[in-house]
Design a protein around this ligand. Structure first.
Ligand SMILES: C[S@@+](CC[C@H](N)C(=O)[O-])C[C@H]1O[C@@H](n2cnc3c(N)ncnc32)[C@H](O)[C@@H]1O
Length: 218
């Protein structure tokens, strides 16, 4: 399957799932924990420019906005963004949402202090391209935050992507912390720091191995 076909299927899949996504999402069930962990991991001393790549229903974008940051976000799925926009409006938070694939998004180089990618790398045809985009958008000294998990270990967190689509995604089984550390280093980021220990228990019932990592652009 060609990457462009895979990407179109992925975006359609998330638009179909969008209306029910927040009902099962960890960032809603454990909202204050995620807020505390992201607040700590951002290590921000004041309002920063944040970009959330693959924002979905706005999990990280809305938390960042609630922490007082200036937030832009993109997603390829129109349906997920519709839910994100509604959530922003309902909570009075200001986020500039853009419907675009990460690789095509219009965020200019060197314009962000923090870039977040939560539960996105596993579903990309080219996850390294997304990390390169994050590196490009960040200012020198800026921080990337990557969170994901080893989704193959728990049936309830597996996508229901058709077999051919799943087979075309290099990280469809999910990622370990070690995988992500290697990918961040290969992209040119500095040493990664982990933050998942700040959760009192795994934020994903079933104890799926997950991580929250940050690393800086040199
Ligand atoms: C599992 S959801 C995670 C959403 C959100 N980051 C979160 O933490 O809840 C994956 C999201 O990635 C989006 N996505 C997948 N490929 C993408 C791409 N190439 N560019 C932008 N968004 C993409 C999907 O549309 C979906 O909303």
């Amino acid at each position: 399957m060609k990457p462009a076909e895979a990407q179109a299927e992925v975006s359609d899949y998330w638009t179909r799932r969008a209306p029910a996504f927040d009902g099962v999402a960890s960032h809603i069930a454990q909202a204050s924990l995620w807020r505390d962990v992201l607040a700590a991991a951002f290590e921000a001393d004041g309002a920063k420019d944040v970009v959330d790549l693959g924002t979905g229903t706005g999990a990280c974008a809305l938390i960042a906005a609630s922490l007082g940051h200036r937030v832009r976000a993109c997603d390829g799925s129109e349906g997920m963004l519709a839910v994100a926009r509604q959530a922003a409006e309902a909570s009075g938070l200001d986020v500039a949402f853009e419907q675009d694939l990460i690789e095509d998004a219009s965020f200019a180089p060197d314009t962000a202090d923090i870039v977040t990618l939560r539960n996105v790398l596993w579903t990309l045809p080219d996850p390294m391209a997304a990390l390169r985009k994050a590196h490009l958008i960040l200012r020198s000294g800026g921080l990337v935050l990557v969170s994901d998990g080893l989704w193959s270990t728990a049936a309830q967190y597996r996508s229901t992507y058709p077999e051919m689509l799943a087979a075309s995604l290099p990280r469809h089984d999910g990622l370990t912390e070690e995988d992500a550390r290697v990918m961040l280093t290969e992209t040119g980021f500095g040493p990664a720091q982990s933050w998942q220990h700040l959760f009192p228990a795994s934020p994903y019932p079933g104890d799926v191995p997950m991580f929250v990592l940050t690393a800086k652009k040199g």
